[in-house]
Each structure stands twice: as structure tokens, then as C-alpha cells.
Design a protein around this ligand. Sequence first.
Ligand SMILES: Cc1cc2nc3c(=O)[nH]c(=O)nc-3n(C[C@H](O)[C@H](O)[C@H](O)COP(=O)(O)OP(=O)(O)OC[C@H]3O[C@@H](n4cnc5c(N)ncnc54)[C@H](O)[C@@H]3O)c2cc1C
Length: 395
Amino acid sequence: MSETYDVAVIGGGPSGSYSAFLLASVGTGVVVIERKDGAVSAPCCTGVVGSGYADLVGVEPECVVADASSAVFISPSGRRLRVESPVSQALVLDRALLERRLLERAAGVGAHVRTGTVVLRIDRRDSGFELLLAGPASREVVHARALVVAGGVGPGLTRQIGLGGTQRYLVGAHAEIEMDDVSETEIYLLQDVARGLFAWLVPVGGHLVRVGVLGPRAAKAQAGRFLERPEVRRRLRKREIRITQRPVPVSPLRRTYADGLIVIGDAAGQVKPTTGGGLYFGAIAARAGADVVGQALAAGDLSSKALSGYERRWKSDFGSELRRGSRVRRIYGHLSPHQVDTVIDWAARRHIADELLESPSFSFDRHSRTLMAGLLRGLLGPLARPRLPRVGGSE
Ligand SMILES: Cc1cc2nc3c(=O)[nH]c(=O)nc-3n(C[C@H](O)[C@H](O)[C@H](O)COP(=O)(O)OP(=O)(O)OC[C@H]3O[C@@H](n4cnc5c(N)ncnc54)[C@H](O)[C@@H]3O)c2cc1C
């Protein structure tokens, strides 16, 4: 006899395991199916979040390896813009530990966690869904009335359920390395190497530094070249570095629900187009989804109409942030290296960054308006010195 659950969550990454926790904590019968067997130690992710994520999810202090209150932006020709806040702006998480803790928490409130198990096929049945699983020892079938699809980037699962794939991707690369003299986050705007490319160094304690690169393609190769830049290479303590890469979806799915199911997190393309950060929006979507699926189960109505409230909720929360973030990325992608130099130079001389950071509208997680204002002021300011509205005013 196969097992039957109220909800099967496909993917036990940060979005899926948080969703499973929320559903199971109100008594829903949940199974989380995760391909990894728990032994994977270094996800391809820098793990930087704002306090919004930590507060929402309740991140345990042991998962926080560093916090950041300052960063320096470095333009293609080496101009520097340093921003500093009197309070911590971001936390850096032990990403592997976070994933483990979130799964443990889901199991702690009754979710059935199946690691080392892949969902091979999804079939619709009258009563919901039938999933074919490949576990460590054998294949088996489980049934669920509803699905939360949280399998991360890649169209395999979302195509199977008839929702297609996300339309636009960037590629991100990650490495953790030992370096000297990296005391604060450094962000390199590499417009001279490829349009839209940027790289970062994030210190996480001792000599450990997380390196990331985000760009249109070949991020792993770009990360290798970035580490060969003289100002980076001279600070490396080791030459052998393992770099991983994966795609980052930067446009949401056209539709994130259907009869009996919802899609959350990277699988739904709920990622900031500016930085590639997806933890926070994935968690907001997980919460909205758990509420809507829970209500639909209780009402015995899992139709797509009943589940459409999920999409309305996440769109009203961060839909406009995604749209504006896409515009910022498009504008940034069209700037010449000289224009990026100009923006950084102007912002540094006029203390625009300080003003932006101190404005009430600035938030680490909802920064697209601030970035747009900074770009426009940095580009137009040197030309015309117009009296642009102060950042933080109404749109
Ligand atoms: C280089 C890089 C740096 C990043 N840095 C940051 C950052 O600093 N801050 C931030 O907020 N975000 C960052 N991100 C993005 C962040 O990592 C993702 O947004 C986040 O991991 C999304 O979580 P998720 O649970 O939706 O998907 P995932 O983390 O991808 O989890 C999906 C899970 O589903 C499992 N799965 C997939 N298919 C199946 C299947 N068929 N059966 C069973 N299991 C399956 C996978 O094994 C995986 O564990 C970064 C991304 C990259 C590439």
C-alpha cells in the first residue's frame, strides 16, 4: 500500500522545508521529498540575507556566521564608493546548516522528511497526485491531495505540471576561499569584462571569504578570471579553489498555481533580479502558499481558482519589487564601463550613497527603488544637475 499525504512538498531546500514546517505545524499531513541525502555541505549560495529573512523564518543564531554593516563598490576603472551604516544591514548564514535546521524543524512538527529521494514523475489522479519516487534502495509511489513544488531552478518539474519554465536566467558562481585583508564586503562592477557582470567578496570570519559572480553566462569561468585579477590574487592564501555554478532565474513563472498545486521559490522565479538573492522572497512565498493551501484543504476545494489567492498574495508583497528590479538590471546591463565609473564617482563625491542608505525607503531586501534613484542621479547628475526628487519621497 502506498502512503497518502495531504501535501507533498517537492524539494527540501530553504523554500520547501520552510513551507513544510508551516504546513505541518498546523496539523497538515506533509511529506518533503529531497534529492540530496543530507551529506552535501556547501550549497552554491553566498547566504547573505537581510534582517527581514531572519525575522520571518526565525533563523537560529548558530546559523549566522557574520554580519555586515559596510560595503565598498569598485567600478571598472577602480573608483571606489564605500557605504557604511551604523547598524547591521545584512547577515551571512551558514547555508548548509540553515538547510539542515529547516528540515529538522519541519520533521520536529510532524512532516515526514524523505532525503536521498528523487521525484521522477508526477501524475494527476482523481484524488490528487501520484508521485513516482526513486529512493536510496528502491522505487515507490506516494499519493498527495496537493503539491508544493519547490524544486529550485530548472524547468523539469514545472514543465511536467504544465506551467512551463521561467523565461530569463543569469548564471551565478560560488566559492569559499581563504584570503588576507578582506575586512568588509567588496562588490566589483565588471562592466568592462561583460555587460551586467558583477562579483563580490564577503568575509565570513577568520580568513574565510565567500566569492560570488553573477552574470549573463559562463559565471564559473568568469569567477576563475576574477580571482586572477592582481588586486584579488595577491590576497589569496591558496591557489586551488573549487568553484561551483548554477543558473539563477530572474523572471517569475507566468503562473505559479494550478489545480491542486502551487510553485514557490527559485522554481517559481521569485528571485531579486538585481542581486540574484532568493531566500527572502522564497520564504514569503512559502508562507503565503502554506496559508492558502491550508485554507483550501480545510474547505475541500483545491481548484486553481481557490489557489489563485497564493499568487495574488505574493505579487502584492513583492511583485512590484521584482518588476522594478528587472528594470534596474536592464538599465545597468546597457551602461558602458565609463558610465558605471561616472555613477560611482558622482555618488562618492556627492555622498549620494549615504543619503540613499539613510532614507526611510531603503531596505536590504527591497532596494530596487533606491538603486534606480542612485543610477538616475549618478547618470544625470554630472550632465545637468537637475533638482531630482529626494530619495524616499513618493513615486
Ligand atoms: C552564486 C549564488 C549566490 C547566491 N547568493 C545568495 C545570497 O547571498 N542570498 C540569497 O538570498 N540568495 C542567494 N542565492 C540564491 C539562493 O541560493 C536561492 O534563491 C535559494 O537557494 C532558493 O531556495 P529554493 O528552496 O527555492 O531552491 P533550492 O535551494 O534550489 O532548493 C531546491 C531543492 O529541491 C531539490 N530537488 C530538485 N528537484 C528535485 C526532485 N525531482 N526530487 C527531489 N528533490 C528535488 C534540490 O535538491 C534542492 O535541494 C544565490 C544563488 C547563487 C547561484
